[in-house]
Design a protein around this ligand. Structure first.
Ligand SMILES: NC(=O)c1ccc[n+]([C@@H]2O[C@H](COP(=O)([O-])OP(=O)(O)OC[C@H]3O[C@@H](n4cnc5c(N)ncnc54)[C@H](O)[C@@H]3O)[C@@H](O)[C@H]2O)c1
Length: 303
């Protein structure tokens, strides 16, 4: 597999940044990282390890490679030192427009002039950040999903001035990590797969909130339809993400379209106000740690 770069830097090594750094190390890149909280990377890798093992997931990178890949990643306590030699810098700091603009401004000043700058943002098109970098033609969205859980896909989308060769190198890099690039040819909120997932969420929330169906039946149908009886349906998935996070994401789409049909339902807000946020609070649509959808009779005709 051809490698479009040798040296990669990751800025922000939480849930997603840590996975991207581990993946790049696994693929043989020299990886340098910076997080405003020293030690965040190692802590997150340990947390992901425990979480995936508990869920019985067979991870995208086998567990016996994690330690070596982790040790090859070089952590710096200064942003400048972490990014100064990198040919590609990808940021995965929290989803906050002003914060990301500030990070892009610093990356533009401190990275090599020819370096490509990418954002892993789930909802912010790079066109909202590119001018801050001073090099809009070398900026793009590279949006990874939960790769270690087996979702080895990444959306690739340019901004208003991104050079075609930058998109191509981004796609080649994604492939070299063992991931499938999902190319978005024109700027689209939600990119490729998030946009599909969002259409599903909007419909199932509408059906549930207006009393048309029981949410469990939606999940039963989904599990049968996809043939993945070991994975939750849309409501179980939303519980895993966090219902507060889901609400905020739906509001991003609503603010963009201003279409009342895109507004998340009041019933979802009521659950959030009651502290029913999903897995993280023990109650969402289901109760945890043993949600109904994992029980033997969930998909039984007599259940
Ligand atoms: N969590 C997901 O499922 C998911 C999936 C795809 C994309 N994303 C996107 O990835 C990005 C990161 O999300 P996450 O879930 O990994 O967040 P997270 O909160 O788990 O991690 C963010 C990390 O950034 C660090 N950070 C904060 N400010 C910083 C700064 N100025 N410089 C360097 N580091 C800084 C934090 O210390 C933390 O370790 C977001 O844009 C999000 O939309 C998240």
């Amino acid at each position: 597999m051809s490698k479009p770069f040798e040296r990669i830097a990751v800025v922000g090594t939480g849930t997603l940044g840590a996975q991207i750094a581990l993946l790049a190390s696994n693929a043989g890149y020299r990886v340098t990282i910076f997080d405003q909280r020293a030690g965040a990377f190692a802590e997150m890798i340990n947390r992901l390890h425990t979480d995936l093992q508990t869920k019985g997931v067979d991870p995208f990178i086998p567990y016996d490679r994690w330690e070596k890949c982790k040790n090859q990643v070089q952590e710096f306590t200064e942003l400048e030192a972490a990014i100064k030699d990198a040919e590609l810098v990808i940021e995965a700091v929290p989803e906050n427009l002003e914060l990301k603009r500030e990070v892009f401004r610093e990356l533009g000043q401190k990275a090599l002039p020819e370096a490509i700058l990418a954002t892993n943002s789930s909802s912010i098109p790079v066109s909202n950040l590119e001018e801050n970098s001073g090099r809009p033609e070398r900026c793009l969205n590279l949006h990874f999903y939960m790769v270690l859980q087996g979702m080895n896909i990444a959306d690739v989308m340019g901004g208003t001035k991104t050079l075609p060769e930058v998109i191509e190198r981004g796609k080649t890099w994604v492939r070299s990590l063992g991931c499938i690039p999902l190319t978005v040819n024109k700027e689209l909120l939600g990119f490729c797969f998030n946009r599909i997932w969002r259409a599903i969420k909007r419909e199932v929330l509408y059906m549930w909130a207006n009393g048309f169906v029981d949410f469990r039946d939606v999940d039963r149908a989904w599990m049968k339809f996809t043939g993945r009886e070991d994975r939750p349906g849309p409501f179980g998935l939303m519980d895993n993400v966090g219902l507060d996070v889901i609400y905020d994401i739906e509001m991003v789409y609503y603010r963009d379209s201003k279409d009342p049909k895109d507004h998340p339902p009041e019933a979802l807000k009521n659950k959030i106000e009651k502290g029913e946020l999903g897995v993280k609070t023990g109650t969402g649509f289901y109760t945890y740690p043993n949600p109904e959808y994992l029980q033997d009779d969930f998909l039984s005709p007599s259940g």
